[in-house]
Design a protein around this ligand. Structure first.
Ligand SMILES: [Ca+2]
Length: 197
């Protein structure tokens, strides 16, 4: 069924895959090449590091009509911080409510602490986690017009986030939220906007 070369390649592939899979547990499988252990281990370490930095996207918001609440699945992304950022210049970020759900149907954001990149009027960051989806200013946030405006909630602990819901403003310009990214992670580098999205 297989040629000799085919069998050799298949066995080589099998040995390498086994070596790759077993090395993290400290076992050496590749008996044909003991010297390969170090290079395999380095390869595994590099792949694991690479995997840690793969941007696991929760979402990029395409559009939320005014006054509506949309849910976004985040595939149990792990993190303490949930960040909403609009990439680009001359942007204004307004959020009327952000809800964060883990394994239970409890809104984790309600016990969090919210901050944002700047403040417009009295539209403070905590208005997005006040438990109220109403879309007038007493219950919404707003930044100044700026480059890459962001809003962030500190969940005070690390959670596996299943979904995030966003309620958009209704009175004006809901399209401002188009293209916003939801990022989740444990980093506060660059105000948390470097977390995976
Ligand atoms: Ca609110």
């Amino acid at each position: 069924m297989f040629t000799a070369l085919g069998k050799k390649l298949l066995r080589s592939l099998f040995v390498h895959v086994l070596g790759f899979l077993s090395l993290p547990e400290g076992r050496m499988v590749n008996m044909e090449c003991p010297a390969c252990e170090v290079s395999h281990l380095m390869f595994v370490v590099r792949v694991k590091r690479w995997l840690e930095y793969i941007p696991l996207r929760c979402t990029v918001i395409s559009h939320i009509p005014g006054g509506e609440t949309h849910y976004f699945q985040c595939n149990e992304m792990e993190g303490r911080y949930v960040v909403v950022v609009i990439p680009g210049s001359a942007k204004i970020l307004t959020l009327c409510e952000v809800e964060v759900y883990g394994s239970r149907s409890v809104n984790l954001a309600l016990k969090g602490v919210a901050v944002q990149s700047s403040l417009q009027g009295s539209y403070i960051a905590s208005h997005a986690i006040d438990g109220n989806r109403q879309t007038f200013h007493l219950h919404c946030t707003q930044t100044e017009e700026e480059t890459n405006p962001w809003w962030r909630v500190d969940l005070r602990n690390v959670y596996r986030v299943r979904s995030v819901s966003i309620t958009n403003r209704e009175d004006c310009c809901p399209e401002r939220l188009d293209g916003a990214e939801i990022r989740i992670g444990n980093s506060l580098e660059n105000n948390g906007v470097m977390n995976p999205r």
